[in-house]
Design a protein around this ligand. Structure first.
Ligand SMILES: C[S@@+](CC[C@H](N)C(=O)[O-])C[C@H]1O[C@@H](n2cnc3c(N)ncnc32)[C@H](O)[C@@H]1O
Length: 323
């Protein structure tokens, strides 16, 4: 699939392990023709949204993410901005896209902490109210979650074991950069025929969507990296083996697919994936040049060498990445 780098979209949902930085390396291996793609383990939908396919089924087991994506697919950008303006005014939060602030004159603003001091009180009030909501998947809850993410530390999305959003206040607000990301994302969703499904890859409903699709992109949590989506551990050896069985089924039914993964990390090897792959004569593995970090401030992670790869059926790829 052809890509124009300047046109690549960033998801407004800042997702740990998102593929934005390696899109230019993986998209060339996507089929040039495809009616329906499944973006399995879609996270913030970064990969599917950057394809040119008309029908895309986004699947993830995280109910908050799927609910937020569904909301963004229905709301218009103008309505979204109005709602962010209203909510942030209610909680006494800045909203520089709608109500520009003069940083020099703003008491509480400083270069190191950005808007943190100004927004701290309102942010924690909003976080408490969000965590008390009975229905976390209503439009109101989705909007609150978006604002928490946009104003939270590192713009992260993370929940505690008991389901509470637990990111501390950050330095940013709904500024031009965040607004543009939402605008481009919402507008792009409107040009495609999209479905958002909350399910585990092992659920029957996923098998149905896969059966009806031409191409499946899979970006599961990596067995051997420390990326933490939530405080509840999500990916185990059992999941990895289930995934390999799932891909065996794709191979049996001659489905086109691409799997993203990390085959080794420093001394650690993803053994189930390696053994499985080396027995497969009809698959190929392509190295991806990207040492991705879950947190920029974490020295241990910064120094680690992840061997990021994609795996795909040999006969199925159309475009060779010349880089
Ligand atoms: C590496 S992230 C995907 C990132 C995404 N491709 C992006 O660019 O934003 C892995 C995703 O797998 C999801 N996940 C974990 N276990 C799952 C399961 N059993 N079934 C479906 N999705 C799962 C997580 O919620 C997370 O969103």
């Amino acid at each position: 699939m052809k890509i124009v780098e300047e046109n690549l979209l960033k998801s407004p949902i800042n997702y740990t392990g998102n593929k934005y930085r390696i899109l230019n390396q993986i998209l060339p291996y996507f089929p040039s023709q495809c009616d329906t793609m499944v973006d399995l383990f879609c996270g913030g939908a970064t990969v599917g949204i950057n394809t040119t396919y008309k029908n895309i089924v986004f699947i993830d087991s995280d109910k908050h993410v799927i609910s937020l994506l569904k909301y963004l697919s229905k709301v218009s950008f103008d309505e979204f901005v109005q709602k962010v303006d209203k909510l942030t005014s209610l909680y006494g939060l800045t909203c520089s896209y709608v109500r520009p602030i003069n940083k020099k004159n703003e008491c509480g603003y400083n270069n190191n902490n950005g808007l943190k001091n100004l927004n701290e009180k309102g942010y924690y009030n909003l976080r408490n109210d969000y965590n008390l909501l009975e229905n976390k998947y209503s439009n109101k809850a989705n909007l609150m979650l978006y604002v928490l993410m946009a104003y939270g530390f590192n713009n992260d999305l993370r929940f505690s074991k008991d389901g509470k959003f637990n990111i501390p206040v950050g330095k940013t607000d709904f500024n031009k950069n965040n607004a543009n990301k939402v605008k481009d994302f919402i507008n792009s969703l409107k040009t495609k025929n999209v479905k958002f499904i909350c399910a585990s890859f092992t659920d029957n409903v996923v098998a149905d969507y896969v059966r009806k699709s031409d191409f499946i992109y899979m970006d599961p949590p990596y067995l051997i990296t420390d990326a933490v989506y939530n405080e509840t551990p999500t990916w185990s050896y059992v999941n990895e083996h289930q995934l390999l069985d799932f891909i065996d089924q794709l191979i049996l039914s001659n489905k086109n697919f691409i799997l993203s993964n990390c085959i080794s990390r420093n001394e650690k090897i993803n053994e189930p994936l390696s053994y499985w792959f080396y027995k497969k004569k009809d698959l190929e593995m392509i190295n991806i040049d990207y040492n991705y970090h879950t947190c920029s401030y974490n020295k241990k992670l910064r120094d680690s060498i992840d061997k990021e790869i994609i795996i795909l059926p040999k006969g199925k790829r159309n475009v060779r990445n010349k880089k």
